[in-house]
Design a protein around this ligand. Structure first.
Ligand SMILES: [Zn+2]
Length: 245
């Protein structure tokens, strides 16, 4: 085993670990915006449900106030017309006044039925408002906190990616030129990494099985071989090994 192969393998392991971390962070950056959008939607649905119920309740209340006023006016008008009825001179005028009074009484009946209906509707809408308020009080803060958490995670992931990029840029020149070029060429094609860890006899880049003899040589860490299926340089390190930072 030459010094170059040995140090190349060590640097490739460092690169593989950084690439894995980068992959995780990139995945977080890809999936988190959707999670945040979902939380935002849940919060805005909550607010909307409250606003809708509140608006509907106010509308019903306004209608009731208007009808109450109408009933009051119509009752006053009936009193006036009843007084006028006493001064009426002929039958025709009497019949006309009586019919006006009957019309108003019918109108009042209709309004009063609607007012009863409105009382029920307002009560039901009030329950909607209360339920919506309850949901906001118990859930909104937690959702907003979760959203903030994810936003923080995005910032962390971005910072981690920048740090790892820097570390990789410093590690790459330490590789022998031949291996560095191979790594960079595969990275350009595969995007995630130019190097893959071997777990069992399986390439973790493409999950193809590696011939047992190759796997054995790779685990000995004294030769540099590529995966025949995906081209990534194969290395071996325990999967739960913490990356050096
Ligand atoms: Zn592979």
């Amino acid at each position: 085993m030459t010094m170059t192969v040995e140090s190349d393998i060590q640097f490739l392991i460092q690169l593989a670990q950084k690439d894995l971390q980068m992959k995780e962070n990139k995945r977080l950056l890809e999936t988190t915006p959707l999670t945040i959008k979902k939380l935002e939607k849940e919060v805005s649905d909550m607010d909307e449900r409250y606003t809708e119920a509140e608006t509907e309740m106010e509308k019903l209340k306004r209608e009731k106030i208007r009808l109450d006023g109408d009933v009051k006016d119509d009752r006053a008008a009936i009193v006036t017309k009843n007084n006028e009825l006493l001064k009426v001179k002929d039958n025709k005028e009497y019949a006309a006044k009586t019919s006006e009074i009957q019309f108003l009484e019918k109108k009042i009946d209709g309004h009063e039925n609607r007012i009863l209906e409105l009382l029920d509707l307002i009560e039901a809408e009030k329950k909607e408002v209360d339920a919506a308020t309850d949901k906001i009080n118990t859930e909104k803060d937690a959702k907003l906190a979760a959203k903030k958490d994810w936003e923080d995670k995005i910032e962390e992931a971005k910072a981690t990616l920048a740090r790892l990029e820097g570390e990789k840029a410093r590690t790459l020149p330490l590789l022998s030129e031949r291996i560095r070029k191979r790594y960079e060429r595969i990275l350009n094609v595969k995007r995630d990494s130019g190097v893959a860890n071997l777990i069992g006899n399986v390439c973790q880049g493409c999950f193809s099985r590696v011939p047992a003899q190759h796997a054995h040589e790779i685990r000995r860490n004294d030769t540099i071989l590529s995966c025949e299926a995906c081209g990534r340089i194969l290395i071996y390190f325990p999967a739960d090994q913490k990356p050096d930072s």
